[in-house]
Write a new protein. Structure first.
Length: 318
């Protein structure tokens, strides 16, 4: 089992099965550049995965086309990303990677206030596939009709605070400290989304083999936003911010974010009509690509099925 030495096998609160599952889904190992990255959902994970693929010399277009993917979210697929997970190694080798000082382990963190907004905007406001049951649960919690009601940010947050367990809630709004096992894995670097270019460059500069890479230039090529633009004005008030700060107290402390920063977040300007239109068109295009891919798979299955039936009929008549 990965990390049993580092993660104190005798800890009764440690869920080894969940840890292994998370490492399989969210860890990325570059043996070439001695890097280990553990993804934090809603914290620049798409851009960082593309950046790691880029420095590995990953040929994006051919690989994506071979697998039938057409949009930037394809990098989240393990059949697309070139880097292995820790669980792809024998347990002894995976443990050695976690312990080896030559490997630099890093994760990313974000202001808990903005991360929570992003989680609501992407998963609840847009009702991303796989989250419809959560949207129904939130609506029912507030005694609203799920067929006609789309939960507001405040409704989402109050539902989360009242019904969710910090350590086991959805990864997209689970405290980042728990998501990256911050109390258990010794990280060399924590990238902040607010200074992502400079922070990633520090990691590159620490290794002669990566010091020639331009972090800002690479990230500029892979800057993606999965949520439609929105105004932050009025999303937080002092009472809601206090409750959110309490829920994410360890994140604020460990990653050095100011609990009063909600005041400046509320000042974020509303998106322009052009920005909204561009984002809406892009979102529709991406959804259509997903639908097209699913439709093509269905057509292929139907054709194969009909071909088998036809062969059986021919064989029977013969």
């Amino acid at each position: 089992m990965i990390g049993v030495t580092m993660l104190r096998r005798t800890d009764r609160n440690f869920d080894a099965r969940s840890f292994k599952h998370d490492m399989r889904r969210r860890s990325y190992v570059s043996e070439r550049y001695k890097l280990v990255y553990l993804e934090t959902p809603k914290v620049a994970s798409t851009s960082l995965k593309w950046a790691l693929a880029h420095i590995e010399g990953f040929s994006v277009t051919p690989a994506v086309l071979r697998a039938g993917y057409k949009n930037e979210m394809s990098i989240h697929s393990r059949e697309i990303h070139p880097l292995p997970a820790l669980t792809d190694y024998p347990a002894s080798r995976a443990q050695a990677i976690l312990d080896d000082a030559k490997f630099k382990r890093f994760a990313a963190a974000r202001n808990p206030y903005t991360r929570l907004i992003a989680a609501w905007s992407d998963k609840i406001r847009q009702i991303e596939p796989g989250n419809s049951e959560t949207c129904v649960a939130i609506s029912r919690f507030h005694q609203k009709d799920p067929q006609t009601h789309n939960p507001s940010f405040r409704e989402f947050v109050s539902w989360m605070l009242e019904t969710n367990d910090r350590e086991n809630c959805n990864l997209h709004w689970r405290p980042q400290t728990d998501v990256i096992y911050a109390a258990r894995i010794k990280y060399d670097y924590i990238i902040k989304t607010e200074s992502i270019g400079a922070d990633l460059q520090r990691i590159f500069d620490a290794n002669p083999d990566t010091s020639s890479f331009n972090a800002r230039g690479i990230l500029a090529q892979y800057r993606y936003n999965e949520s439609l633009p929105l105004s932050y004005e009025g999303l937080y008030d002092s009472e809601l911010a206090r409750d959110v700060a309490e829920f994410y107290a360890e994140d604020f402390r460990r990653f050095n974010y100011d609990p009063d920063s909600w005041k400046s977040i509320n000042d974020r300007k509303a998106p322009t009509y052009a920005e909204l239109e561009q984002a809406a068109v892009r979102a529709i295009q991406q959804r259509n690509q997903v639908i097209e891919k699913a439709t093509m798979k269905t057509r292929k299955k139907v054709k194969l099925f009909l071909r088998r039936v036809y062969r059986k009929l021919i064989a029977r008549d013969a």
